[in-house]
Design a protein around this ligand. Structure first.
Ligand SMILES: Nc1ncnc2c1ncn2[C@@H]1O[C@H](COP(=O)(O)OP(=O)(O)OP(=O)(O)O)[C@@H](O)[C@H]1O
Length: 328
């Protein structure tokens, strides 16, 4: 008997590994845009899940940003149903009115919709098709933007958000393998025109910056960037735990103790202030390192007495030795 083509087998092994340990009675949803990565992922899940006694469905988000996006989403969902991924759902989202740039807004709307839909269908996990190439691109982009270790830290292969696990089985695979898996299965992935549109920084990284680095330094660049991202994620996790403890210690009834924050190592201080801003209700997509730097300047006294404007109309100021939110 002839087995599946190697890239198809690799996607199935990756999905099987990820799904081990998933509760049998719950539903698994594959987030599928119709692109090569998530199509290969969905095909592997359709094959593997029933053999593991799991129920698997598909969800495709219609961001409504391109003409015909509703028809494409319907076609993806129809394909899902045809391979017995059920339910196979189209979920439209409203990207307008979200904070941040268009990419960040679409991402935030997408994740909200994925998590809400998972909860509504009693799914305990959502599978995402990110690959090693996505990791490498993210690191490079974050490096170029000066985002710091937090921005360069790898996407984890598992993240739990209020009872729903976001799982990324293909993180050790390349995009090329995903494409080959689709080709071997006779699937025709959709090419998102945004992925090639040079007005998006991520597209420029994907189409020219990363390939130039590979040309100059060899193919090891992509896995090495992905490895860097994993190492940074480990460091970031450790620092986040320490920063959370320091933030708690700095919390006084009237606000955050400036003296306590001032005594912290800069890496912990920046993280503690970032978490504080999030706890005030700032959207993660809109909160940038500039906001955190401005808060740090307040703490270290470089900002004078003025208030710092945070996303969402929140104003923070240093008043009598504490940082606190100003209300109008
Ligand atoms: N419109 C969508 N509907 C459902 N899931 C999506 C959608 N867009 C992205 N995703 C999920 O998020 C993952 C990452 O998407 P992103 O757009 O960052 O990467 P991509 O390389 O273009 O992915 P793909 O080739 O799978 O579309 C996808 O693999 C998929 O699991």
């Amino acid at each position: 008997m002839v087995g599946p083509a190697p890239p198809v087998a690799a996607t199935r092994v990756a999905v099987r590994r990820m799904l081990q340990g998933i509760r049998k009675d719950a539903l698994v949803l594959v987030a599928c845009s119709g692109g090569a990565d998530s199509l290969a992922l969905a095909a592997a899940t359709a094959f593997v899940a029933p053999r593991m006694g799991l129920r698997a469905g598909l969800i495709t988000i219609d961001h409504g940003l391109q003409d015909g996006s509703d028809r494409r989403a319907a076609a993806v969902a129809a394909w899902g149903a045809s391979v017995d991924l059920r339910p196979s759902l189209v979920v439209p989202v409203d990207v307008a009115g979200r904070l941040g740039g268009p990419e960040a807004a679409a991402r935030e709307a997408r994740y909200d919709a994925l998590l809400d839909t998972a909860r509504a269908h009693d799914a305990n996990s959502v599978l995402l098709g990110h690959t090693r190439d996505d990791q490498a691109e993210t690191v490079l982009l974050a490096l170029a933007r000066g985002a710091g270790p937090r921005g360069m830290a790898a996407m984890p292969d598992r993240r739990d958000v209020d009872g729903v696990a976001l799982l990324r089985p293909l993180l050790d695979m390349s995009r090329d393998e995903a494409r080959k898996a689709c080709a071997a299965l006779g699937l025709e992935p959709w090419e998102d025109p945004h992925n090639l549109d040079p007005s998006y920084a991520r597209s420029r990284v994907r189409v020219s910056a990363l390939p130039s680095l590979v040309d100059a330094l060899g193919p090891g660049v992509v896995p090495n960037l992905a490895r860097t991202a994993r190492l940074l994620a480990q460091d970031a996790e450790a620092l986040d735990v320490l920063a959370a403890e320091e933030l708690e210690r700095s919390m006084l009834e009237e606000g955050l103790s400036v003296a306590m924050l001032e005594a912290l190592l800069p890496a912990l201080r920046a993280r503690a202030l970032h978490s504080w801003a999030l706890s005030l209700g700032c959207s993660p997509a809109a909160l940038s390192h500039r906001h955190v730097s401005a808060l740090e300047a307040l703490v270290t006294g470089w900002h004078g007495q003025g208030a710092v404007h945070l996303p969402g109309g929140i104003r923070a100021a240093r008043v009598s030795g504490v940082l606190r939110v100003l209300t109008d």
